[in-house]
Design a protein around this ligand. Structure first.
Ligand code: GDG
Length: 460
């Protein structure tokens, strides 16, 4: 039985319930195989040497956690610079926000090489390696250069943009060539897969061998769409646990008189927050019956606050909320409750369950798990309605949501009005189909599909 080795920028202890996300998804397989999870420790060493960092190894139950510190220079160039100042904006189609600084790419390569070097010392010959996300695209190429022959898979959690956008990255050829060092490359959606297939054929002269296998640079890579899901049972259990129930009871009284619209995300420019606030104001203007009777709660949890683009966004949101609340608010009703703090994970399902409408309207999103969590937390007898951006990866699967174009403020306001007025039977019918879908394609399905495609033979 092969051991599973997971590599991601950040590492979480799978035993801790608050870890969520990947930890829930991969915890079982890591546990069953005595696996290894490798990544950055989160420590930034002031005055540390570039390209160097101490390795820490600790045992968390059956799983080994191995993490590496980063020097301040590497953190600035690799994490803030290339990963979040170039790849994140460009992969979310925001060339206007990208900073193509030559120092960044050097740090990005250096850290990927450092990680490869540290991981090599921990690897066993039949380990299966699964590398995650845009921070680590060239890591397999670095491992191969050090003589690693293990099977290596890569999963991109964010979108892959079309060829002409990707090609704006000065190092696009190098980046995409690096993907051919993997045995399997996974994307969130068919759309992303199509962008990959078109790019490699047009720019890298790759030959399509059928079955989503592509040959270029003397290597063959298999690609696929593996839409990530949530652990529906875990989320349902969280919904029925005391913390979420308390939250639900506390909010229910007020929101049985008023309809609650809810948005939950990390504060990020990909999530379409300014457009959403403008849409809500348009809703109040166009459909004044919602004045006093609808409230938007927008949770925007702090994220990457050490980057300037995020500070600008924060200011824009505060000013938009202030304007709408100032123009429409009453002494006993505020249209928008904007919360720039993290809400405890165990309370979130209670909030989702009170909401009549969830606004999940990113301008671009790899998948979007909030949409799936909202569905999982609903009462099937009286479910809320999901208003979902057609530009979220989740839109390919969740056709029974009300799909919108978030750039179209007027059209989205009309759809929200439709959601607010949707009859019970239609809400139930849509929710039933959505729930079936996220159950069939939950996070365990995602993990199995990916690992099977990678040829993994352990307990998936
Ligand atoms: C990336 C891709 C892809 C949000 N606010 C709070 C909070 N959250 C939790 C949500 C959800 C998670 O964070 C967000 O996941 P998303 O999928 O919506 O978005 P990203 O963080 O951008 O994730 C995305 C994902 O990777 C997985 O592949 O779907 O497209 O961008 O779980 O509940 N959690 C708590 N408090 C908050 O205030 N506790």
């Amino acid at each position: 039985m092969s051991r599973l080795v997971v590599v991601s920028n950040r590492v979480a202890d799978p035993r801790k319930a608050a870890a969520g996300g990947l930890a829930v998804a991969l915890g079982d397989s890591l546990n069953a195989t005595g696996g290894l999870w490798f990544g950055w420790s989160g420590n930034v060493i002031e005055g540390g040497a570039a390209g160097e960092g101490e390795l820490h190894v600790q045992q968390a139950g059956n799983v080994k956690l191995a993490t590496v510190d980063l020097s301040a220079e590497d953190h600035a160039g690799y994490y803030l610079g290339y990963s979040n100042g170039v790849l994140w904006p460009v992969f979310h189609y925001r060339l206007d926000l990208a900073r193509f600084d030559t120092g960044f790419i050097e740090a990005y390569r250096r850290v990927n090489r450092l990680f490869a070097h540290k991981l090599m010392s921990l690897l066993q010959p039949d380990d299966i390696i699964w590398i995650h996300d845009y921070h680590l695209i060239p890591m397999a190429a670095e491992l191969r250069a050090m003589g690693c022959n293990n099977r290596i898979g890569f999963f991109l959690h964010i979108p892959l943009p079309p060829q002409q956008i990707l090609a704006a990255i000065p190092q696009h050829e190098w980046l995409m060539r690096a993907l051919f060092a993997y045995d399997l490359v996974g994307f969130q959606s068919e759309n992303d897969l199509l962008h990959f297939s078109r790019y490699v054929q047009a720019e890298a002269g790759a030959v399509a061998l059928g079955g989503n296998r592509f040959r270029a640079f003397h290597r063959t890579v298999r690609a696929g769409a593996f839409p990530i899901g949530i652990d529906v049972d875990e989320f349902a259990a969280l919904t029925h646990a005391q913390d979420a129930r308390d939250m639900y009871e506390r909010m229910k009284e007020e929101y049985s008189r008023r309809k609650l619209l809810l948005g939950v995300e990390r504060l990020d420019y990909s999530k379409g927050l300014p457009q959403r606030l403008k849409t809500f104001e348009t809703l109040l203007k166009k459909y004044p019956e919602n004045i006093r009777s609808a409230t938007l709660i927008q949770i925007a949890s702090p994220s990457r606050e050490d980057m300037g683009t995020y500070t600008d966004l924060l200011q824009e949101l505060e000013s938009l909320c202030g304007a709408t609340n100032g123009n429409f608010g009453e002494l006993d009703w505020m249209p928008i409750r904007y919360i720039h703090r993290n809400v405890a994970r165990k309370r979130l399902p209670g909030l989702y369950r009170v909401a009549r409408v969830a606004l999940v309207t990113p301008l671009r999103d790899g998948m979007n798990l909030v949409a799936k969590e909202f569905i999982a937390a609903q009462d099937p007898a009286d479910p809320g309605v999901l208003v979902l951006s057609r530009f979220a990866g989740a839109a390919e699967q969740l056709e029974d949501a009300l799909l919108v174009n978030p750039y179209d403020i007027d059209g989205t306001a009309d759809t929200i009005q439709r959601a607010l007025q949707m009859p019970l039977e239609e809400r139930q019918a849509r929710h039933q189909k959505l729930l079936k879908n996220i159950r069939e394609h939950d996070v365990h399905w995602w993990r199995r599909e990916f690992l099977n495609a990678l040829g993994y033979e352990g307990p998936a």
